[in-house]
Design a protein around this ligand. Structure first.
Ligand code: 6PG
Length: 230
């Protein structure tokens, strides 16, 4: 398998511009090859600038399916919902034509919503063309938290589920997350991180191979790239 390519930028804005361009190219390739393409994005603070670049890309967005790699188990209009973030910053302008696959369901717990979401995601073109991951300073990615007991199963390469319910003890809200298996078979997995601290966590994690971010990147079978700026 090819090495993980590490791309370093002078500023987060330069990174956002390049990453958006490379995501658009990968989606175009997917559309050329299968007529449709799929993209899974992360929530949190890091991707906002990249979303603003990506939504300006001239693509046949009506042929693109977009989902999240994870969400907090909240109503989609809650201030901390990843879906809300994506609706506000990505699903605008040209990208309004894309089909969005929500990870929300109207059940009190993510465990209760899993079956419906699993069924919904069967219509998402898989393997996903591009997965854009973020990473926390504890080495979590998507909502695969090292502190959560459910992460062990969700991080197994043999797991046949696309999504898992995760209850982190070190972060707020119950979560729903794509599993390692769903992420790892993507055509491309891009990790988007900024700051010296996260770079250190990433390097340490990769050298030890134990934290979720390392397990996911090590299992990924397609193109693997890191996009980093200070
Ligand atoms: C979430 C995520 C998560 C995120 C990291 C980094 O719902 O929180 O999707 O995996 O990518 O926690 O978050 P920041 O970009 O805010 O640092």
């Amino acid at each position: 398998m090819a090495n993980i390519q590490f791309n370093e930028y002078d500023s987060p804005t330069d990174l956002d511009i390049c990453l958006a361009r490379e995501v658009a190219q990968a989606l175009e390739r997917g559309i050329r090859e299968r007529g449709v393409a799929s993209l899974a994005v992360s929530g949190g603070k890091t991707p906002v600038g990249m979303f603003q670049q990506l939504r300006q890309m001239d693509l046949p967005w009506d042929k693109v399916a977009i989902t999240l790699v994870d969400d907090r188990w909240l109503p989609a209009d809650h201030a901390d919902s990843n879906e809300r973030l994506v609706r506000e910053h990505l699903l605008k302008y040209r990208v309004e034509a894309a089909r969005f696959f929500s990870l929300c369901a109207d059940t009190p717990t993510p465990e209760g919503g899993l079956a419906a979401i699993e069924t919904r995601l069967r219509e998402l073109p898989q393997p996903i063309d591009v997965v854009i991951l973020g990473m926390g300073e504890d080495g979590h990615t998507a909502s695969l938290f090292p502190c959560a007991v459910e992460s062990q199963v969700a991080l197994s390469t043999n797991n046949i589920s696309t999504v898992a319910a995760i209850n982190p003890t070190t972060a707020p809200y119950a979560r729903i997350s794509l599993t390692l298996a769903a992420i790892a078979k993507a055509q491309a997995v891009f990790l988007h991180i900024t700051g010296a601290k996260k770079r250190g966590v990433y390097e340490q994690a990769l050298s030890e191979g134990k934290l979720p971010i390392a397990k996911v990147l090590n299992a990924a079978t397609g193109t693997r790239r890191v996009y980093w700026a200070a």
